[in-house]
Write a new protein. Structure first.
Length: 494
């Protein structure tokens, strides 16, 4: 891990952990637990994408290690993820795995470019209710993802899952020296193997690799036709992966009460994908389920747990594949069920919270949750949630604009109050009595502000309408910014 890539605070945190056996043990065990939870899920994602399991295993190793070195969010886990696997599945079916590797490299380059132009700053425009919807939708998705392991399975699976959940909840009351999920996984594996219980295991999910990843250039024609094929997929992967990673980073910020650089997270994700493509891996991004296992359940706080999640995963898959293959899926389901419950924001659905919350904001949260779960795509859920929040906000603010008419001698004086933009100024034109007003009309804008060209065009239309009646209009009281905008746009809006 290069110290040069870390801030002074992060270097201090890493060095303090390396010098403390207790803290280092926590980080290493957190990485181990995460690696065990990663293996079956990554294999499942490779099935979705239509590639060999080793492509996902290799990607998870390179993503974790590179992210730790290049400076992503401390303790956040990045690996081969389902959201991006869905995006590239059609590409793999049509063109093959080598085009996938080229797409991963290009997606990484795009993410680095997005970081350089400051796309991470857009995160501040995501409303709180969308973030809550994102978290709740993800928690539900994590739980629903366990259903295939709980339906049409031997009955012994259910008591094993129940035992695992009890261990995870109760073991910390005895000691927190060892992560409870690790104890649950080991205990359930020993019980299943010694008792000869025939239940689905990690080995049933797919064949684990028996070799290390090697560097290689994607074997695709280096021409415009290839670029034309992979670019749409690369752009989709870049945006979906970046959105999920930045939202997960923000969530970890809140849980740990520590800040992180979203710009650095963006280019770190891009760098990791570039490296991954050259080492025969599928595209990846932050994985909130495994991140919650490492941060919230196992106590990981530094890049050490992130790096060793990938290292342990590769070691377990390649060197101890036969042992890992015997882990019952029930053990990992138990871990993910607990993670799902811990991730969900239960406060957000309390009757008191829902009663106090504006209905529009509750709707934004619900639409984000529903679409995230229904599409199994966080980007769609969050995107529609943001759009809904924008529309509802614009509609609410539009109603704060008022136009008051008074007669002062031979003049009609209109006082406009409120923020004028496309949603609030479209009706402005209809607020004036063009035919009945006297020859002199004054529009006082002292208590308002012009925000866009739509408003400037509306004022031009009002002036033109009065002039068609032979009446003189005076618009006064514009603040400096509004006056400059109107002067700049006057005569250029027809």
């Amino acid at each position: 891990m290069s110290a040069a890539t870390l801030s002074p605070i992060e270097r201090q945190s890493v060095w303090r952990t390396l010098k403390s056996p207790r803290l280092l043990k926590t980080e290493l065990l957190a990485g181990l637990v995460v690696s065990l939870a990663l293996i079956p899920e990554v294999i499942a994602f490779t099935v979705i994408a239509g590639v060999d399991p080793k492509v996902g295993i290799f990607a998870s190793f390179t993503m974790s290690v590179v992210i730790a070195i290049t400076g992503g969010r401390p303790a956040m886990i990045s690996a081969a993820a389902g959201a991006v696997a869905l995006v590239v599945a059609p590409l793999v079916r049509t063109y093959g795995v080598e085009y996938l590797f080229a797409t991963v490299v290009l997606a990484g380059i795009i993410q680095v470019l997005l970081a350089l132009i400051g796309v991470a700053k857009l995160l501040r425009f995501i409303p709180r209710q969308v973030m809550i919807g994102f978290v709740n939708g993800l928690a539900i998705s994590i739980f629903l993802a366990q259903m295939p392991q709980l339906i049409n399975v031997p009955w012994q699976v259910y008591p094993l899952v129940g035992l695992g959940v009890l261990i995870i909840y109760l073991f910390p009351k005895l000691t927190k020296a060892v992560p409870a999920p690790l104890i649950a996984i080991v205990t359930l594996t020993v019980v299943a193997v010694t008792a000869g219980i025939n239940v689905p295991t990690v080995g049933d999910q797919g064949e684990l690799p028996d070799s290390l990843p090697v560097f290689g250039i994607p074997q695709v024609p280096l021409n415009l036709e290839t670029l034309k094929i992979i670019t749409p997929f690369a752009v989709a992967v870049a945006f979906v992966g970046l959105l999920e990673s930045l939202l997960t980073a923000k969530l970890v910020d809140d849980i740990t009460d520590t800040p992180s650089s979203k710009t650095r997270e963006s280019w770190a994700q891009g760098t990791a994908n570039i490296v991954t493509g050259f080492f025969g891996g599928i595209c990846g991004c932050a994985m909130i389920g495994q991140t919650m296992i490492g941060v919230k359940v196992s106590g990981g706080r530094t890049r050490i747990s992130t790096m060793f999640a990938g290292i342990f995963m590769l070691i377990l898959a390649v060197a101890f594949g036969d042992v890992v293959a015997q882990i019952p899926m029930a053990a990992l389901v138990a871990v993910m069920v607990v993670v799902s419950a811990a991730t969900f924001n239960w406060h957000s659905i309390r009757p008191g919270t829902l009663k106090a919350m504006p209905k529009s904001e509750t709707f934004v949260m619900l639409i984000t949750v529903v679409l995230t779960v229904a599409t199994n795509n966080l980007a769609i859920g969050v995107g529609v949630g943001i759009l809904s929040a924008m529309v509802l906000f614009a509609n609410r603010v539009a109603h704060f604009v008022s136009v008051k008419r008074e007669l002062h001698g031979d003049a009609a004086v209109y006082t406009v109050q409120g923020e004028l933009f496309f949603a609030s100024s479209n009706d402005l034109y209809m607020q004036f009595n063009y035919a009945q007003d006297p020859q002199q009309v004054v529009i006082d804008m002292s208590d308002s502000h012009l925000w866009d060209a739509t408003t400037a065009a509306a004022l031009d239309s009002v002036s033109a309408k009065y002039e068609s009646y032979g009446k003189r209009v005076e618009i006064r009281g514009l603040n400096e910014a509004s006056a400059k905008m109107r002067e700049r746009l006057r005569g250029n809006l027809q």
